[in-house]
Write a protein that binds this ligand. Structure first.
Ligand code: 4AD
Ligand code: MG
Length: 430
């Protein structure tokens, strides 16, 4: 018999089938054994009746442990009491490997589960998150492909800082010193004059010194860059893209959202247009509604972002942050010269910043000034400044934090569960 997935068996609902997988749960009596088998698609309860098996087979069934791998052949029967509505009445089985006692049992601490992530990755919860993560990346890609963007591979080793020197990971590169990329952006700004509309989904590295539930040392960023666009077009791309991502997950991952007990009504509302406010307007909201006075020129911290987002049920795009606290490449707004043509997208429900983006400065003198202010050596950035010397045009882009979006959509407590093997300042094994 050929094997089918457990989900295919559940969809079939009747007849004889053969499945294979791992023991999720088992219990039994002298007459029956109930073994719930899982594979990547779902779980199914298999019932073994003693009278159908030889005594050697029954002994073998009796010794089976959680996470043992096995195959089961039998007849499907609808049963409302079974965890997924059907039972497989087993006629034949083989044991592929009998597992040693599995170290993960009920009620273990989050830290222990991270210590054994190579095993806890099998949990239904993490499987659900990883499936949603897959959809998030697929939907980001599909959205930008539908807008005629090309996927471009950025380098991971880089000689430059993009988002400030303090979070750079230094690596030995033969006899040289190099860094792991913080963002594809500087390379995207070179490639955009060749390909015009590009995107990537790539790992990024930042030596974050803070222990928060939102920061990883290794995370994935989904980024886009295009020529002939300014802040208004960027905002439209950002809200359309995030709406598309959330709506695609709702369509394709209803089962996973159920496993995660996510309130989907909140996600159904996530459709463009999103809210828009300037940084100055946000300071006003904090002052008037939260009694919090933040002076112009101070960056918004997590706590302030969360206070603002109490007042919004859809993402908020905050534009025009103060120029003096922004990365060197963000273009000054000619209409409000103490601010930049930039934006952050903040997610509702306390998930904070999910996107950062801007129009790029095209003025070599301004860029040199801003780089000096950040303490960078201009000569290291000559290649980047070249992009402004040969037919420069207005361009811009943004980066979406994949794990931030996955955390929000899944309703996770900690970003570490949004990536299969998390790396933070204090967590880098297994
Ligand atoms: O706001 P950021 O730093 O923007 C950039 O890197 C730009 N160069 C992007 C661009 O314009 N192409 O980072 C973008 C997003 C943030 O909004 C956040 O969602 C995520 O990346 N992010 C992190 N996610 C997890 N852990 C970290 N340490 C992160 N740092 C940033
Ligand atoms: Mg940012």
């Amino acid at each position: 018999m050929t094997f089918i997935s457990i989900q295919e068996a559940l969809t079939k609902g009747k007849g004889t089938v053969a499945i294979r997988g791992w023991i999720y749960r088992e219990r039994g009596s002298n007459e029956f054994k109930f073994i719930v088998v899982r594979d990547s698609s779902n779980i199914i309860q298999c019932v073994f009746k003693k009278e159908k098996f030889s005594s050697t087979d029954w002994d073998e069934l009796d010794k089976l442990t959680v996470e043992s791998s096995m195959t089961v052949e039998g007849t499907l029967k609808e049963d409302k009491r079974a965890p997924t509505g059907y039972e497989l009445q087993a006629e034949k089985f083989t044991v592929v490997q009998r597992a040693e006692p599995f170290p993960i049992t009920k009620d273990q601490s989050a830290e222990f589960l991270l210590d054994v992530r190579h095993l806890s990755i099998r949990s239904r919860r993490l499987v659900a998150v990883m499936k949603i993560r897959h959809t998030v990346m697929k939907a980001f890609r599909a959205y930008f492909m539908s807008q005629k963007f090309l996927e471009m591979a950025p380098p991971i080793f880089t000689p430059n800082a993009c988002e400030g020197g303090s979070t750079l990971f230094e690596v030995k590169y033969y006899k040289e010193k190099m860094y792991l990329t913080q963002s594809w952006q500087l390379y995207a700004e070179a490639a955009v004059f060749a390909l015009e509309r590009i995107f990537c989904i790539s790992p990024c590295f930042r030596a974050e010194k803070s222990k928060t539930s939102r920061h990883l040392s290794e995370f994935w960023m989904a980024e886009m860059e295009a020529t002939w666009i300014g802040l208004p077009e960027l905002l439209t791309f950002a809200e359309d893209c995030v709406s598309h991502v959330v709506q695609t997950v709702l369509q394709e991952n209803a089962e996973e959202l159920k496993i995660l007990e996510r309130d989907v009504e909140k996600l159904k509302k996530i459709k463009a247009p999103f809210y828009r406010k300037t940084y100055a307007e946000v300071l006003k909201i904090l002052d008037e509604k939260e009694g919090l006075k933040i002076p112009f020129g101070k960056d918004l911290r997590t706590i302030e972002e969360d206070l603002v987002m109490k007042h919004f049920d859809k993402p908020l795009m905050v534009t025009n942050y103060p120029k003096e606290i922004m990365a060197f490449y963000k273009k000054r707004d000619p209409k409000q010269p103490d601010t930049c043509l930039c934006f952050d997208m903040l997610a509702p429900e306390g998930y904070g910043e999910i996107i950062g983006g801007s129009e790029r400065d095209t003025d070599v003198k301004e860029l040199e000034k801003a780089l000096k202010k950040e303490g960078e050596k201009i000569e290291n950035y000559q290649w980047y400044l070249d992009t402004r010397r040969y037919g420069s045009v207005q361009h811009g882009g943004f980066g979406m934090g994949v794990e931030r979006v996955v955390s929000w959509i899944c309703g996770l407590d900690n970003i570490k569960d949004a990536i299969p093997f998390p790396r933070t300042m204090i967590r880098f094994k297994p």
